[in-house]
Design a binder for this molecule. Structure first.
Ligand SMILES: [Zn+2]
Length: 663
């Protein structure tokens, strides 16, 4: 009896371990679409630090806001206090970013509204004449009282909305929205050392924000929530989320006597659902802390506040969340390290935020699903379009381009991991995060590259040049043959780079040679248009694969007369599966020039259909399907694609290819 129970348990454990994760990366595109939509309304140069702004450093913001929101009327009435320190030559005026759709009531010093300061306001920059000249290293303090409705500010999102007939107010400043609702020096590299946020709302509402809740003060029909952020913070990471939230919490325990509360602010009707959907967050904090270094805001909190938005936004210590997928939760949490603690110096370097958070998803799935690797995850993030990861023109490029800043940038880290090796890669990440040069500060792309070179002692210039500052990907074709020599075989490999107009890629490539009884791995350094390599193996080689474990963002095909064929004239194409032969899984790739019904099936040697892989309507594009032959015997199989423009009509395209499963 016991044996049976044990067996039963083993089966359950196996099922859990074999569980395939559900990957949904649509939030990356949701994020990019929505942020860009707002941002594109701007047609003027805003990626600009004025000369005056280079001469001072912001130490502190205090935001005091009354938020009025009812069905007829919305408004904010606020006072922002700024303490700055002169870091350059002396100054007698201060320039702040502030959207001039708001109304300024008064600007003054020393908490004394009678000490009025003169100002001009042009191009959303307030130039404030100080009461005297401030010398290098001296501090100044300015108070600005104002009011208005930031809802229409084109720089970011201050959303007065409703949810289930209750107000749902949320902010999303990235990239330049902070200036829409408080005057500030609105660049990511100038972090305030600390921030106080006091928000007064009607009694039924809950205000969630950055840092720790210092106090809740009830004043008759209104309540003031006082949040304090004691860690350095960029203006784009300051946030408000306001609703009659339901709350629950969890604990991240990181020492015998140390723990941190993980707080969730959720829509009341979703309380039970969110308790289930958020249940892995603490384990994610533990995991990321173990590989990157301790959670950056451990003296405060982490948490989620729901908002009405498809994606998420990594507000410091409190992500604003519109979805619930495991990938999204991992992504926004990872931003606390990559984006919040180590911030992109400017939005030119945005990939340092988004690429790192996106690759952290892959690291989480690799850890959480033992049968699954980061390489598997990266198959969902392939980007083969044009454009560069580094943003040369912040005003005119699509900053949050999902393919470049998220997908391809995550590939750069995946590739870097293989080029420097696992130990060195994780060493680089940990040191990059923990070094005082970057932690709670910011980094530029070149600083990150120099740091990688310094830690690894490798020359990575070509690697980063082609992947970050250059375009596209290597397009490999290869062929091989063997010759019998004493004691074994020479395998002769030719690798070609076929992408003509994008330059040649410098990449180490893994070569896997399969013989009848084992595999041999080699690494070649490929960098020219046509390159020949030779390897020696003891037994007759049956198969050769390039980059079998998917460490390079690439297109690749084996040149073999039997499979060398062009796309048909209409643009449909069924690629040769890879790897091939395979065990147990292989990738079947195809291209659709138009939206159509697709049927993808597997057949055995005598033509019987043994598996239906796809039967659905798909949009035009390039698709990959991973087929797992675990439950099938070794042998030859055929995969067949059939497409139709109307579901029960005649096929527009039909193609069959052969593949070999070897166990
Ligand atoms: Zn992100």
């Amino acid at each position: 009896m016991k044996t049976y129970i044990l067996l039963y348990l083993l089966i359950i454990v196996n099922i859990i371990q074999a569980q395939e994760p559900k990957i949904d990366l649509s939030f990356r595109y949701e994020n990019s679409k929505q942020k860009q939509k707002h941002y594109q309304l701007l047609k003027k140069c805003i990626d600009e630090v004025t000369e005056n702004q280079t001469k001072y450093d912001v130490k502190y913001y205090s935001l005091d806001l009354d938020i009025i929101s009812n069905s007829k009327f919305q408004k904010i009435i606020g006072t922002t206090k700024i303490i700055g320190k002169v870091t350059g030559e002396s100054i007698n005026y201060v320039e702040l970013n502030f959207w001039n759709g708001m109304t300024i009531n008064n600007i003054y010093i020393d908490d004394s509204p009678t000490t009025h300061l003169d100002y001009t306001w042009y191009n959303d920059i307030v130039k404030i004449n100080l009461d005297s000249t401030y010398l290098n290293q001296t501090e100044f303090e300015i108070n600005i009282s104002y009011n208005g409705l930031p809802q229409n500010c084109p720089y970011g999102i201050f959303d007065f909305n409703t949810h289930l007939n209750e107000p749902m107010i949320s902010t999303l400043n990235e990239p330049f929205g902070a200036r829409g609702w408080f005057p500030c020096k609105d660049i990511p590299s100038d972090k305030a050392d600390s921030v106080d946020i006091r928000v007064t709302v009607s009694n039924n509402l809950v205000v969630a924000s950055n840092g720790l809740l210092r106090d809740t003060i009830i004043n008759g029909t209104t309540t003031t929530y006082w949040w304090h952020e004691q860690y350095p913070i960029s203006t784009y990471l300051i946030s408000l989320a306001i609703h009659p939230y339901a709350q629950f919490s969890d604990w991240y325990v990181y020492g015998d006597n140390d723990s941190m509360e993980v707080q969730y602010y959720v829509f009341p009707d979703k309380l039970n659902d969110r308790k289930a959907k958020y249940s892995k967050t603490v384990e994610m904090i533990e995991f990321f802390s173990s590989i990157f270094g301790q959670y950056p805001f451990v003296e405060e909190k982490y948490g989620h506040a729901e908002f009405l938005w498809g994606g998420g936004m990594e507000h410091q210590t409190l992500t604003s969340l519109g979805g619930t997928s495991e990938s999204l939760i991992a992504h926004e949490l990872a931003h606390q390290w990559w984006g919040d603690a180590v911030t992109c110096n400017s939005f030119h370097d945005l990939w340092l935020n988004e690429g790192f958070a996106s690759y952290s998803e892959a690291l989480w799935f690799e850890y959480a699903y033992p049968s699954y690797s980061a390489s598997d995850y990266q198959l969902y993030s392939e980007y083969f379009g044009s454009g560069k990861i580094y943003i040369y023109d912040v005003d005119n490029e699509n900053l949050f381009h999902g393919g470049l800043r998220y997908d391809k940038a995550s590939w750069v880290l995946h590739m870097l991991r293989h080029v420097v090796g696992d130990d060195m890669f994780f060493n680089i990440l940990k040191q990059y995060y923990t070094t005082s040069k970057f932690q709670y500060k910011s980094a530029t792309t070149n600083e990150f590259i120099d740091f990688c070179k310094e830690i690894s002692q490798m020359n990575l210039d070509k690697f980063f040049q082609q992947w970050i500052f250059g375009e596209y990907y290597p397009d490999y074709s290869y062929s091989w043959y063997n010759t019998k020599v004493d004691n074994g075989y020479n395998v002769n490999l030719t690798i070609n780079q076929d992408h003509d107009n994008t330059g040649l890629f410098w990449m180490p490539i893994d070569v896997k040679i399969t013989t009848s009884s084992n595999h041999s791995y080699f690494v070649v350094m490929d960098s020219v248009k046509n390159q020949n390599f030779q390897f020696f193996v003891n037994e007759i080689p049956i198969n050769l694969e390039l980059d079998p474990d998917n460490w390079i963002l690439k297109k690749i095909r084996e040149i073999d007369s039997s499979i060398a064929e062009e796309k048909n004239a209409d643009g449909y194409y069924l690629y040769q599966n890879y790897p091939n032969p395979f065990n147990p899984s292989t990738i079947i790739q195809y291209e659709l020039p138009v939206d159509c019904y697709v049927e993808l099936t597997i057949h055995n040697l005598i033509g019987e259909k043994i598996s239906n892989l796809i039967y659905e309507h798909q949009k035009a594009g390039n698709y990959k399907y991973k087929w797992n032959g675990d439950n099938f015997a070794s042998g030859v199989y055929f995969y067949k694609i059939m497409t139709k423009s109307i579901e029960y009509g005649e096929p527009d395209y039909l193609q069959i290819k052969k593949m070999l499963l070897i166990k």
